[in-house]
Design a protein around this ligand. Structure first.
Ligand SMILES: Nc1ncnc2c1ncn2[C@@H]1O[C@H](COP(=O)(O)OP(=O)(O)OP(=O)(O)O)[C@@H](O)[C@H]1O
Ligand SMILES: [Mg+2]
Length: 260
């Protein structure tokens, strides 16, 4: 059964795209069939997967507006070994154009249906806003992965996101769950980061992934080569952390299948 995960946090620069790209590559390295959906007009996940966002005839924009089908317009990240539906700045217009369309929040969900069974994981990289694009991500997903930096205002921002998830659950996608909270760019020597991390665990308990993503320059460099970090420096701490996260996800999935 496919698992569809939205990687979301309305706060900018917390590591959503880094997580989506590196988790996709890590799951693919573990023989999982992965589709990455870039739902951000910045197109960072597209570029980070080795695909030039400037020269794309079809992007997620056309899929959301219904002028093209996903099945014929997926691309392959050869380096990452996963499929991708790319995005570029054209997608910024979708927000306005979608407003007048019917079922505007569930366009991505509908588009995914014909291909979903071909994958083990579908990862959706959401933009840094609680807008219609992110809503499409949350409606298409079964669960949300929330990357966050352990900073002073992080918990405050989290409550907005958790409220949005509650509303989506109430009105649009009753099955939506929080898959987990991921601590990113973590520096264990930073006392405040440690305190916020403790608070996070008090509030969210088991929902906080055991895997912590450290601050690691290899993760920041890899996109400039158009590759996931796994294919830039396999032994770096950042690469190893995302492999561990993929392992944790697979373990959790195996356990919940056993309990069923
Ligand atoms: N663990 C890490 N260590 C070092 N740098 C990181 C790490 N994770 C992300 N970065 C860097 O931090 C910046 C923001 O990361 P990223 O683009 O993944 O965040 P984002 O949440 O997707 O941002 P946006 O909200 O703009 O979409 C990037 O320059 C990225 O390379
Ligand atoms: Mg991003």
């Amino acid at each position: 059964m496919v698992k569809i995960l939205a990687v979301a946090n309305q706060k900018g620069g917390v590591g959503k795209t880094t997580t989506t790209v590196n988790l996709a590559a890590s799951l693919a390295a573990m023989k999982q069939r992965v589709l990455l959906i870039d739902l951000d007009p910045q197109g960072n996940a597209t570029m980070g997967s080795g695909i030039d966002k400037r020269e794309l005839p079809v992007t997620v924009y056309h899929i959301l507006l219904g002028s093209k089908q996903l099945k014929e317009n997926r691309l392959r990240s050869e380096v990452g070994k996963y499929d991708i539906l790319p995005a570029n700045r054209e997608l910024a217009g979708a927000e306005v154009e979608l407003v007048d369309l019917q079922q505007r929040e569930t366009r991505l969900k509908e588009a995914l249906q014909p291909v979903a069974s071909e994958y083990d994981y579908i990862l959706i990289d959401c933009p840094p806003a609680l807008n219609l694009l992110t809503l499409n991500g949350l409606c298409a997903a079964q669960s949300v992965m929330i990357p966050m930096q352990c900073e002073y205002y992080a918990l405050e921002g989290l409550s907005d996101l958790v409220n949005t998830i509650r509303k989506v659950r109430a009105h649009l996608n009753p099955d939506l769950e929080i898959e987990g909270l991921l601590r990113t760019m973590f520096d264990p020597r930073n006392t405040l980061a440690q305190q916020v991390s403790d608070q996070l665990q008090q509030h969210f308990g088991k929902k906080v992934y055991r895997t912590v993503i450290p601050r690691n320059v290899r993760l920041a460099e890899a996109p400039s080569y158009g590759v996931p970090a796994l294919h830039h420096d396999k032994l770096s701490k950042g690469t190893q952390a995302y492999l561990a996260l993929a392992g944790e996800l697979l373990n959790n999935a195996a356990q919940s299948a056993q309990n069923r």
